[in-house]
Structures are given as structure tokens and as C-alpha cells.
Design a protein around this ligand. Structure first.
Ligand code: NAG
Ligand code: NAG
Ligand code: NAG
Length: 975
């Protein structure tokens, strides 16, 4: 300390410029003191002389305060020494009963998630008091109010930690009045604090807790290079009810408590890179903005150090009595002191490289790179982050929606883990629903991340990255009592919380506000032991190596096999039956009786145990007990119409919206009814990935999904086309299955943020006019709407809100009465359809639930039926109960690949209410039926492509697709 004091004192005074007046006297004193210090430092009598010098100084009245402030600059973030001996959590709510959970499989999070304890866990005073074998004296100390629960071997994990959330900043349903995500006043805004916009009126809290999420880092948006300070909160409503009381470790300045000089609390900051910052220039501008900001902070830090060096040496006359600080830069000064956990949203290698350089130039660590799509391609770069590798937070399969994420990979978590880099799975809520954070971990596991690290990626790893491992993300004695009990192994698809506690307070089941029962059935049908086991997952070593070799863009084509292909060890073959239902053409009764399937020119010519003799000498594809079943179809996204959703030059461009502009004369059609077929693009990565996941057909319309961040939908979305996802181009045989499937429109309220769009009443008035046939048949618009009115083509209406659906049902009756027809109306989206389940069923209207699991993004969607553990029924169950033909859809093209898991999940959360026949209808027949695809029944049997799955069935986490058998294309595609 002495040497730093002397050397700083001898250099030009960093404070000189910030002091109000530098009178000649002060300057003189300064010079004398500096000279004195310089001389003193070389002298062995330094301390003695310094003491002498201080005797003649004017000690300011606030000297104690200043010295305390100087000491606090050296405080290290972390829990105070006595944290681990706490008896009662500061978050404890008096009156909360203690809880003893007996006989549980406890994932503790310890040792990279590899420590699992079979035993009991005891929660009291907001803390995990004991784990494993709970001693009697610990129970006795809790007093009489202990709730005892037998977990019967169920899995228990720490509450999930979502390291990337915008909860409360972009609240559900999104309304202009409560959107506090991105400030727009400049690229650098470290003085902003997410807590200042954190709204507790967000429907997402309860939904996220229902998914087992108990804490989240609430980040400002990515629209700024520095978007502001973040806070880690717990999701439960506190008795105080304020946003501040939800912060896990609020800064002392928030609570008014006196600062402890030994330890301070971690702070959090949001940075971003790349495309999101276009508002303020290009990448070079962003990096200069960051460097100049940190340079300002560095000046303040140096000034403080110089000031404290003098004050602590007692050189008050030169130090003065004003602590040099700047409220604008203080957060960044703390970054330079290593006291801030930075979340940096950076996708591409160039962005990662920029920020790694920044961290080394200014010497501060980065806690995590989020959305880091290309980090897996440069692990050595990530390790060069100042102070050690940043954690990498990712989506599992949400890639390719912008250029930055084009090289994102499902294999990235495994590759990064292999390189020793901490992996976190995140939601970016509400861009992905935080409720399904665990699904991200499940998919990471499916694609090769070890089970322990997959669960750690949503519990202990993010908690450690946030510097909060003493409280959250782990179950050990002394951590906060945030606990989830699951209905299955948490890595099993569809795992659902049976119970959730936060700070020892039961959140799920939701306590009743009325006399009505709130006990919801969860996990019926998962009683077998196999559900308690970690799921078997495929081996992806070959695919992962290819992905690395091709830097994220491995070829996705297939080998075509024309003549004979043989599949051995086949457990089941499902084919389309003559009644339009799927039936088992072959099922092995036992391990020894696995079947063989022979395919010639794409036709299955033999399936069973007696085929082998026919094919000696041919290459045989071993399915290891797998199955063959019809290909799936996807609907609802722009699959096949664009490569990268946010890059206009990779798609069809903007169609004319007849409700916003006059359609140009050249089209000579008032409604500009366009054909998706004219815009088809083959070989997009999303289409090929879907193909390799068993989705052999897609029906796409020109209707754009309604994005929260801007794009609204057109009213008239044209005519959809159905095509083969695996085809190379439109002129390949059978590439286009149906050039016109259905007529599509969108009826909805204005976009909450951009506010554009004509009124609902205008939209319905136009629809009425068109359906009544008042537009000339000689033009496309009149022609196709008349066909829709007559029931010749389905009319698919993208609609979310039940009031609008009711109007459409009424309009349908009017049209049918007038024309004497039977319209084929379908509601797509349909978040609120369950409210009209009976009426929709009576009207014979079909429903495509899109997305498969609802979220109240907009006002029109707010009355969702969330399903277990919040409600017994899901929308799907309710609609099926009323005889509605229901299918599932997706919103974005990357989602198409997950179709088979969406179906399985929907069935699992029905608590056994959906039988196999209904499941097969949901998977294979309802969607084509609703969209008018393959109407000619005679054709249907021959037309359906078949998919071969290795090591399991179409809907299992254990299986992967190895081949597509196409009788129409007379070939087998091998992957
Ligand atoms: C125990 O629970 C009862 C009933 O809820 C309550 O009246 C009582 O105050 C509780 N006792 C303690 C020590 O919390
Ligand atoms: C707390 O425990 C007491 C005594 O076992 C019980 O009567 C009471 O219902 C419990 N309260 C809650 C909220 O579970
Ligand atoms: C949910 O279903 C179960 C079992 O049928 C029933 O006991 C319970 O009361 C239902 N819950 C609600 C809220 O309706």
C-alpha cells in the first residue's frame, strides 16, 4: 500500500481536473506533498515522516466516512462469513411451515451435478436444513408445524435458475403500456437498472414457476451495447409485494442496511453485440462505444485509487474531502474492480473475439456469453476471456432465425462441455417461454450433453455463474429452500413439477383463493419405474464431428438408394390403414422375434419375421429394435419459403397487403391472393433438418408469424402449398405434393407494439363480403373465397381470441345458410379455442393449436388453458372432448424438427386422456385432413412416406431417424 501511495502521489494529480477550483495555494501544497511523498518513499523513515506530515494536515470532518468508503473499494463480493451459520433465511416469511420430504431421489447439483442422494430433505425457516438422513434433533428444533410428504422415490431438484430472462420487462400479455425492455437513448447505458422497469403484473411468473423455474436473472434487452444493470430475482410473490423484495440479494443501497466492509453483493450488467445494435451503427461503432465507456470508468477508478491512497496516507490537504465518483460510471467502475457479473449477448465469432479483446484490454471477466451461437466453434477463444472462460448460455434447437445464429448447433452444448467450458441452457423469456426451460436441458441431453451437466445447466451452473451458489441452484445444507419435485426423471420429455417450493413456501400446487379445489392431477400414466430413469438417448458422435468439420454447416443431404434396402431388428411397423387410421403392420412380440423389412424401389414388399431369406447378400440397416412409421407433416411456419427469417434477401419478400395498400394494377386482383407454391425454396437448412427428424411433408402459407419484436400479419395470406421437405428442387418427381392446399387469412387485433393493422371489424366485414360472393369470380380473390364459401377448399383462419372465433362461427352459419354449403373452416393459433370447445365442435370447425403449448403473448391469447400442474385439462384435451378435429402446428421454421416431441409431450400432459388412436390421428392424419392435403383417399395409402427410427419409436427420446422410405419417389433416403 505504501508503494502505491507514493508512486501515485508523485504522478500528475488525477483529481486536479475534477476539482472545482485549483487555487495556486493548493497547487503549491500539492507539489510540496508530492515531492515529500516521493522523497519519503525512498526513505527508510517513510512512516515516521508520513506521520509527521499528517500532523499538519487539515483532517476533514467526514474523514471516517471517506476512509470507510476507501476500504469498501477492496471488499470482495460474496456471502458474508456468517452466512453459512444462518438459522433463518432473510427471505423467510413467518408462518411458513417446515417441510419434510421423505424418500426422494435428490439431484443436489454438487460435483457438476453428479451427486444424487436417495433420502430425505428437510426445509425450515426458508433454508435446506438437512439432506439425506435427517436427524431427529433437527426435526425437533422446527417445532410442531412440520408438513411431512412422502415423495415415493420421485425426483427432487433445486429450483431451476433461468440466467436469461426478461420477466416483468416484457410482460405477458404484451401491452405497449408495460414494455420496458430496450432503452433507445444510446448504445451505452450502464446507469439503467432493470429493476426500475420490473413489473410484477406479468402472467409469466405463475407459468414459469409451473415449469419449476424459481429464480431468474432479469436482463435489459439486447438493443444496447450496455443495456443496463440486471438483477437476480425469485419468482414468488413476496408478502411485501414489491419488485425490490423479489431480488435475491439486493444491494445495501436498496435496503438501507449498513454496508459491511468485508463483503459486498454481486452486481450484474447486460452487454450485447452485433446485429441487435444496428440502431447505433455497425460492429465497429459498438466496440468503440464500449471501449470509450470503459475508458471513462477507468479514469474514475484511477481517480478513486489516487484519492484513497492519499487519504489513507493522511495527506488530506492534497486529497481533499470529496470522494471522486460519478453515478453514471460507477457500475462500470465496479466492473473494473471485478465485482460485476456480466452477461454479454454475442453470437458470432467476430463478436466473441471483440468482447474477449475488450475484457483483456480493460481487465475484467465476463460471466457468460449468451446466445453465443458460434462459441462452440471457437472454445479456445472463449477460454481467453480475461480471468478465465466465460460460461456459454444457449438454446438447444432454436437456431437459424438470423444470420448470427445460422451456425448454431444442437451439438454445441456437448462440444463446449468437452472443452471444459461451463454450459447453461436459457430461455430468453418471453422469446422462449421460461416455463419450458427444462426442455432446453432435455434436448441438450438428447443431442449428447451428459445427464449431470444437462441438469446442472439449468440449476447449479447458472447459479455458480451468477455468484449465488450459496443460495440457489444446489440442494445442500444451508442453501435457500427452492425445491421442485417432478413427476418423472427431469430429463424425460414432458417432465412436470408436482410440487414447487420457493424459500420453503409451497407455490405449486397453487394455493386456492376460493373454496374450489386446486389439486391438479400431474403425471398420471408415469407410474412405471422406467419414468424414474434417465432416458436413453441416441449416439450423435458422427453428426457432431461432421458439424465441427463443416463449421456449423454440415451437408444435410442424404444418400439415395434406388433398388433394394433391408431393415433388420425392427420392432414395429406402422402403416396407414384403409380407414385412414394408422395400424400396426408388424409388431415383435419379444426381443428374439424382431422383424425384417424389405424395401424394393421404395415399396415395402415384406415386413415380418420370415423376410430374411429373400435378401441374402444385401446391405442390411440394423434398427436395434427401432420402428418404421409414417412421416409427419408440419404447418404454421415459413418453412420452405425462406432460409433465414430475419434476412429479407433469403426469402420471398413482402407480399402486398390489400388492407394496407392498393394492390398494383399488374396483379389485377383486389385481394392479392398469392400462392405459396410460387415462393417455394428447396433445400433450406430448416427443411432438411425437419426431414432428418421424420417430418417429410410441410404445408406452408405466406402468412407470417406474428412476432413480438415487430412484424404483424397480413389479413389475406394466400394459398398454401404442400411439399416434400427432403426434395432438392421443385421439379424433382413428387417434390410438390399439392400446389394449392387451403386458403389462409389472419383475423386479429393490432400489434401491441407497432399498433398497425386495420380493425377487427374491418377484417370481418371484408371477409363477409368475400364469402358472400360479392367479389367477381373472374379474379383470384373472388374465385378462391367463393371456393372457400362452398367448402371446396378449407379456409384456415389464424385467430387467437375467443370473441373473434365466435364471430367467425356466426359468419360461417350465415354463409352456409345463404349458399347452402358446408364450409371447411379451421382455426389456427387458437389459444382461446378451449373457451368455445363445444361451439367449435358443433360447428365442425377444426383447430390447429399453434404453438403446441400455449403462451399468452398478446391480449388476444391471454386466456390460455395452461394444463398441469395449473389445470387438469389442456386445450387439446378439452377440444377432443367436444369432438373437434385437432392438430398441432409451429410458428418458426426451426421448430418443425421437434414435431415428434411436441406430439409426445401433448399426449403425456393429457394424463392418459389421449389414447394411441387419438395420438396417431394427431400425428399423421388430422393435419392433412384439416389443410385439405391428399384428399383423394385412394391415393393416400400409396402416397405416405415412411420413416425408419433407430432404437425406438417415432416419439421416443431414445430414437433417431436413419432413413425415409418413399414409394412415390421410388427410393430410400439414408442419413
Ligand atoms: C402452526 O400452525 C398453526 C396453524 O396454521 C398456527 O396457528 C401456528 O401459529 C403455527 N405455529 C408456529 C410456531 O408457526
Ligand atoms: C402447518 O402445520 C400445522 C400443524 O401440522 C397444520 O395444522 C397446518 O395446516 C399447516 N399449515 C399449512 C399451510 O400447511
Ligand atoms: C383434477 O382432477 C382430479 C382427478 O380427477 C380431481 O380430484 C381434482 O379435483 C381436479 N382438480 C380441479 C381443479 O378440478
Amino acid at each position: 500500500m505504501a508503494s502505491s501511495c507514493s508512486s501515485k502521489a508523485g504522478s500528475p494529480h488525477p483529481l486536479a481536473s475534477t476539482r472545482r477550483k485549483a487555487t495556486p495555494k493548493i497547487v503549491l501544497l500539492l507539489a510540496v506533498a508530492s515531492a515529500l511523498a516521493l522523497w519519503a518513499s525512498t526513505s527508510t523513515l517513510f512512516w515516521a515522516r508520513l506521520e509527521a506530515a499528517s500532523r499538519i494536515q487539515n483532517v476533514p470532518i467526514n474523514a471516517q466516512e471517506i476512509l470507510a468508503q476507501c476500504i469498501s473499494l477492496r471488499a470482495i463480493p460474496g456471502p458474508p462469513q456468517d452466512f453459512h451459520s444462518r438459522e433463518v433465511s432473510d427471505r423467510y416469511e413467518p408462518g411458513t411451515n417446515a417441510t419434510l420430504i421423505k424418500n426422494a431421489m435428490i439431484f443436489t447439483g454438487e460435483k457438476n451435478g453428479s451427486v444424487v442422494i436417495h433420502g430425505n430433505i428437510f426445509l425450515d425457516k426458508g433454508i435446506v436444513k438437512s439432506i439425506g438422513k435427517v436427524p431427529q434433533y433437527v426435526l425437533d428444533r422446527a417445532g410442531p408445524n412440520v408438513t411431512v410428504l412422502d415423495a415415493k422415490g420421485a425426483w427432487v431438484t433445486p429450483g431451476l435458475v433461468d440466467l436469461h430472462s426478461h420477466l416483468g420487462l416484457l410482460s405477458a400479455p404484451v401491452l405497449a403500456g408495460a414494455t420496458d425492455l430496450n432503452a433507445v437513448h444510446g448504445p451505452i447505458e450502464p446507469w439503467l437498472r432493470s429493476i426500475d422497469g420490473f413489473n410484477t403484473r406479468d402472467d409469466s411468473f405463475e407459468l414459469a414457476i409451473a415449469g419449476g423455474v424459481t429464480s431468474a436473472q432479469v436482463l435489459p434487452g439486447s438493443g444496447n451495447a450496455i443495456g443496463g444493470q440486471a438483477f437476480v430475482i425469485k419468482l414468488r410473490k413476496t408478502s411485501e409485494g414489491s419488485p425490490t423484495s423479489m431480488i435475491i440479494e439486493p444491494p445495501d443501497t436498496f435496503t438501507g442496511s449498513k454496508s459491511r466492509n468485508d463483503k459486498i453483493r454481486w452486481r450484474y450488467l447486460k452487454q450485447a453485440c452485433g446485429e441487435n445494435l444496428r440502431r447505433y451503427g455497425n460492429r465497429m461503432d459498438s466496440m468503440w462505444a464500449l471501449r470509450s465507456a470503459y475508458n471513462e470508468a477507468r479514469k474514475v477508478k484511477h481517480a478513486q485509487e489516487a484519492f484513497c491512497a492519499k487519504a489513507e496516507a493522511g495527506l488530506w490537504d492534497t486529497a481533499g474531502n470529496i470522494f471522486p465518483g460519478d453515478l453514471k460510471w460507477e457500475a462500470l467502475v465496479d466492473v473494473l474492480r471485478g465485482r460485476v457479473k456480466i452477461t454479454s449477448d454475442c453470437y458470432e465469432v467476430v463478436d466473441l473475439d471483440d468482447v474477449v479483446r475488450l475484457s483483456n484490454e480493460f481487465e475484467f471477466p465476463i460471466a457468460s456469453f449468451q446466445s453465443a451461437s458460434e462459441a462452440w466453434l471457437v472454445p479456445e477463444l472463449v477460454k481467453k476471456t480475461w480471468g478465465g472462460a466465460a460460461g456459454i448460455a444457449l438454446f438447444a434447437t432454436n437456431h437459424r432465425s438470423k444470420r448470427e445464429s445460422f451456425r448454431g448447433s444442437e451439438f454445441a452444448p456437448r462440444v463446449l462441455a468437452d472443452a471444459g467450458i461451463p454450459v447453461i441452457m436459457k430461455s430468453d423469456h418471453p422469446f422462449m417461454n421460461s416455463r419450458y426451460l427444462l426442455y432446453e436441458a432435455q434436448q441438450a441431453h438428447y443431442f449428447g450433453l451428459p445427464a449431470n451437466l444437462s441438469l446442472a445447466a439449468v440449476t447449479s451452473t447458472p447459479a455458480t455463474i451468477a455468484g449465488l451458489s450459496h443460495r440457489i441452484g444446489y440442494l445442500r445444507e444451508g442453501t435457500d429452500a427452492d425445491v421442485v419435485m417432478w413427476d418423472s426423471h427431469p430429463l424425460q420429455l414432458g417432465a412436470t413439477p408436482v410440487k414447487v417450493w420457493i424459500d420453503g413456501i409451497l407455490q405449486i400446487p397453487v394455493p386456492s383463493k376460493t373454496d374450489a379445489p386446486t389439486n391438479v392431477e400431474v403425471g398420471k400414466g408415469k407410474e412405471d419405474d422406467e419414468w424414474r430413469e434417465e432416458p436413453d438417448v441416441p449416439n450423435w458422435d458422427k453428426e457432431r464431428k461432421e458439424a465441427i468439420k463443416w463449421e456449423g454447416l454440415p451437408p444435410l443431404g442424404s444418400k439415395h438408394k434406388k433398388s433394394i434396402a433391408v431393415f433388420s431388428n425392427v420392432k414395429t411397423v406402422w402403416t396407414m390403414g384403409p380407414d385412414g387410421y394408422v395400424q400396426a403392420a408388424f409388431t415383435a412380440n419379444a426381443e428374439e422375434e424382431m422383424g425384417t423389412v424389405v424395401v424394393e424401389d421404395g415399396q415395402m414388399t415384406c415386413a415380418g419375421t420370415s423376410c430374411i431369406a429373400l435378401v441374402e447378400g444385401t446391405d442390411v440397416i440394423d434398427l436395434h429394435g427401432g420402428s418404421i412409421s409414417p412421416g409427419l407433416m408440419t404447418f404454421g411456419s415459413s418453412l420452405g419459403l425462406e432460409e433465414i427469417a430475419k434476412e429479407p434477401s433469403t426469402g420471398d419478400g413482402q407480399p402486398y397487403d390489400a388492407f394496407a395498400h392498393n394492390v398494383p394494377d399488374i396483379l389485377d386482383d383486389p385481394g392479392a391472393v398469392l400462392r405459396a407454391m410460387d415462393a417455394l425454396m428447396f433445400g433450406t437448412r430448416n427443411a432438411l433438418t425437419a426431414y432428418r427428424s421424420g417430418v417429410t411433408l410441410a404445408t406452408s402459407s405466406l402468412g407470417k408469424a406474428y412476432y413480438l419484436d415487430g412484424t404483424g400479419a397480413h389479413v389475406i395470406s394466400g394459398l398454401s402449398a404442400t411439399f416434400r421437405t427432403g426434395a432438392a428442387h421443385a421439379m424433382e418427381p413428387e417434390a410438390i405434393v399439392q400446389d394449392i392446399a387451403a386458403l389462409h387469412i389472419h383475423i386479429g387485433r393490432p400489434h401491441p407494439l407497432i399498433g398497425e393493422g386495420v380493425s377487427v371489424s374491418t377484417q370481418i366485414a371484408a371477409l363477409r363480403r368475400l364469402l358472400f360472393g360479392w367479389e367477381t369470380k373472374a379474379k383470384e380473390t373472388g374465385h378462391w373465397f367463393r371456393k372457400a364459401a362452398e367448402g371446396v377448399v378449407p379456409l384456415v383462419v389464424e385467430v387467437e381470441n375467443a370473441d373473434i372465433m365466435a364471430m367467425l362461427l356466426i359468419l360461417k352459419i350465415e354463409v352456409e345458410d345463404t349458399i347452402g354449403s358446408r364450409m371447411r373452416m379451421v382455426f389456427s393459433g387458437a389459444s382461446e379455442a378451449h373457451l368455445l370447445a363445444k361451439e367449435i365442435g358443433d360447428a365442425g370447425v377444426g383447430v390447429i393449436l399453434r404453438p403446441a403449448r400455449p403462451f399468452p403473448s398478446t391480449w388476444d391469447q391471454r386466456r390460455i388453458l395452461p394444463g398441469p400442474p395449473l389445470t387438469n385439462d389442456t386445450a387439446l384435451v378439452k377440444l377432443l372432448d367436444h369432438g373437434v378435429t385437432v392438430a398441432l402446428g409451429v410458428r418458426e421454421a426451426w421448430e418443425a424438427r421437434n414435431t415428434r416431441f411436441d406430439i409426445q409431450w401433448a399426449v403425456l400432459e393429457s394424463n392418459g386422456k389421449i389414447d394411441r388412436r387419438q395420438m396417431h390421428a394427431l400425428a399423421y392424419t388430422n393435419l392433412p385432413k384439416l389443410l385439405g392435403v391428399r384428399e383423394d383417399e385412394g391415393e393416400s395409402q400409396r402416397a405416405v412416406d415412411m420413416v425408419a427410427y433407430d432404437r425406438g419409436g417415432a416419439f421416443d427420446f431414445s430414437s433417431k431417424v436413419v432413413a425415409v422410405i418413399s414409394s412415390e419417389r421410388q427410393q430410400v433416403d439414408l442419413f
